[in-house]
Design a protein around this ligand. Sequence first.
Ligand SMILES: NC(=O)c1ccc[n+]([C@@H]2O[C@H](COP(=O)([O-])OP(=O)(O)OC[C@H]3O[C@@H](n4cnc5c(N)ncnc54)[C@H](O)[C@@H]3O)[C@@H](O)[C@H]2O)c1
Ligand SMILES: [Zn+2]
Length: 461
Amino acid sequence: MGAGKSTLGPVLAERLGRPFVSIDELVEERTDSSVAELFAARGESAFRELEERAAVDVLSRRPFAVVELGGGGLNSVTTRAALDEYAFTLHLETTPEEAWERVSSSGRPLARDRDAFEALFEERRALYEAANGSARDLDGAVLAAAGVHVSEGALERLGELVPGSGDIELVADEHVDPLYGDSVRAAFGARVSGSHVVPAGEPAKRAVEAERLWSALRVGRNGAIVVLGGGCTIDVGGFVAATYLRGVAWISIPTTLLAQVDAGIGGKTAIDLPEGKNLVGAFHWPARTVIDPDLLATLPQSELENGRAEVVKTGLLAGGPLWELEISDQVRSCAAFKSAICLRDPLDRGDRAQLNLGHTFAHALEAASGYSMAHGHAVALGLLAALRVSGLEDDARQVEEILRPPLARVDREAAWAALARDKKAEGGRPKLVLLEAVGKPRVGVEVESRVVRGALDTLIA
Ligand SMILES: NC(=O)c1ccc[n+]([C@@H]2O[C@H](COP(=O)([O-])OP(=O)(O)OC[C@H]3O[C@@H](n4cnc5c(N)ncnc54)[C@H](O)[C@@H]3O)[C@@H](O)[C@H]2O)c1
Ligand SMILES: [Zn+2]
């Protein structure tokens, strides 16, 4: 009570694309009286029965909703069983002082006497803390729901952040294992039954590497694969976890800026074929994603710049200059933004397409360069083209100032051919993600070939 549930709940529901239901309000609707009136006229136990019935109804109903349940509701064994069965429970953290501040003037039946209120808070504390996740703010709530943890020093606390007791096998990037592999192995101690190293960069995503891992893994169905590295390691490690034994749990520990704000989140996994990138893959949500911005300290400057293009992309979609924040806050905001979109559209059938802002152009440039061009460089240029086609010239100039991407040195015809082949093209007409304004993406916009070609040409030296 007084944690801010009724303020945060509806906004959280909107971000996750779900309905919002307040159990108190539902009881009030069903009985046509206020909670205070119910307490006064029929007593607390009558209210608790109505509350329990409403909670069980709502929790077992689809579509799943964001449900606000008062602290007292947790005393019901039936409600707790329904929560276990159907819900992800989130504890909205607060202190007794903050909570009293919020409710003391509300006239609520259980918020009339400060000492009694604080005693109740302490009495219920253990029930709150048994929740599946906890948060203090909106981004925190989204991240908790997605199983994503972001904090500096998280790697040191891995043992407590990733509960469980099954075997663990580590898959790590060859550059990253010597830097952080021992911390991971130390955190899981005797649970670690194997460690595997994959090549740095895109070569990790060859089928031969996946096959090598399948053969080397010994982890059982109750075990988990911990994947430590940039987007390439995450992609192959996640894909192997999705397919080995028809799927084992995995834990994603992204170590590049790009992977912390993008690839490490959302459960898309893939390997490459000679015919193209990411052609074989699976959706397999990581049981946990642990993001430690401190790990970026060892990242080469060029890789930081790569990730920065995705941060700018996220800011353009989210509608704010996220790139101006402290790096750890950039990571947290971007991770929360991507988490919310992926929770809304886990199988990439709708909303998630917006994450491709600038990417139709980027993929064309990358392909035309024979994949020698860094993804972030291509995305930086792709964003310029997307903004120009959107008619947002001022924003394009601003992004150019921030990212300063050199023009691509690729063959124009090859880039155009690659764009036309892009999987988002239908009937030869490219479909783009554009912006009506910063923060207002539109997906699947058909644009005249001539205009797309013109924008592509401006990116090439
Ligand atoms: N699955 C998804 O949703 C998704 C989203 C975006 C991108 N991706 C994929 O991600 C890949 C690109 O990932 P990336 O940009 O992270 O590149 P990457 O994995 O190749 O890592 C870049 C380089 O940084 C090194 N490195 C990583 N972490 C380090 C650290 N903390 N300190 C020092 N060096 C470190 C690596 O060894 C590598 O040389 C692409 O294959 C792309 O397709 C996937
Ligand atoms: Zn990208």
